[in-house]
Design a protein around this ligand. Structure first.
Ligand SMILES: [Zn+2]
Ligand SMILES: [Zn+2]
Length: 193
């Protein structure tokens, strides 16, 4: 079975339909996925400005003993602000990943069965749907840059007047206060009293 669609006028509608895949509709031989998710369909409003562009995913869902494996390649784009000068920047994300999902089982059954060590990196599937939106959101967040910068040579903002120093200097005293010099000045000042 093949799920996929080309970007078009109704891609948003199709995307919202396709983002949740009912596990009882996944055939034994697995499901091929080719998703082109329009910008803004994955909610990352709690992070920064969300995605700038489409997020693409090409991969598949395979089934083995009621366990589902989502694997494939994701391409996305973070829309962020430079940590130094606050300018808007985009940061491409490429990720090849594999996510294991086990349908949730009642707690007592879980106890009888016992949890093996290799169950630890599995996610428990809540409900009877695989939420691709959620999986891709997690992957994007995993690749969120800690300190995005527009360029390694970005000079940032002046801590005194806030001017973007990439556009030129501002005339503020940029000499960093050296604690050793401050001590010496203090000593000399006292000597002169
Ligand atoms: Zn910058
Ligand atoms: Zn300044």
């Amino acid at each position: 079975m093949y799920y996929g669609f080309a970007a078009g006028v109704d891609s948003k509608l199709k995307a919202s339909k396709i983002m949740r895949i009912k596990i009882n509709e996944i055939p034994e031989q697995g499901l091929e996925l080719n998703l082109d998710i329009p910008a803004g369909s994955i909610d990352v409003s709690d992070i920064d400005e969300g995605f700038l562009g489409d997020v693409r995913f090409a991969g598949n869902i395979s089934v083995s003993r009621r366990r589902f494996t989502v694997s494939g390649k994701m391409n996305g784009l973070w829309n962020l602000r430079c940590a130094r000068c606050l300018k808007k920047i985009t940061s491409p994300v490429k990720s090849t990943f594999q996510v294991f999902l086990t349908p949730s089982i009642p707690p007592d059954e879980n106890r009888i069965r016992g949890l093996k060590d290799d169950d630890m990196d599995e996610s428990v599937l809540i409900g009877n749907e695989i939420d691709m939106n959620q999986i891709l959101r997690e992957q994007m967040i995993l690749h969120l840059p800690m300190k995005p910068i527009c360029s390694t040579s970005c000079r940032g903002l002046c801590p005194h007047c806030g001017k973007d120093l990439n556009l030129g200097s501002c005339g503020c005293d940029a000499t960093p206060a050296d604690p050793r010099l401050a001590k010496l000045k203090e000593f000399l000042d006292r000597k002169g009293e």
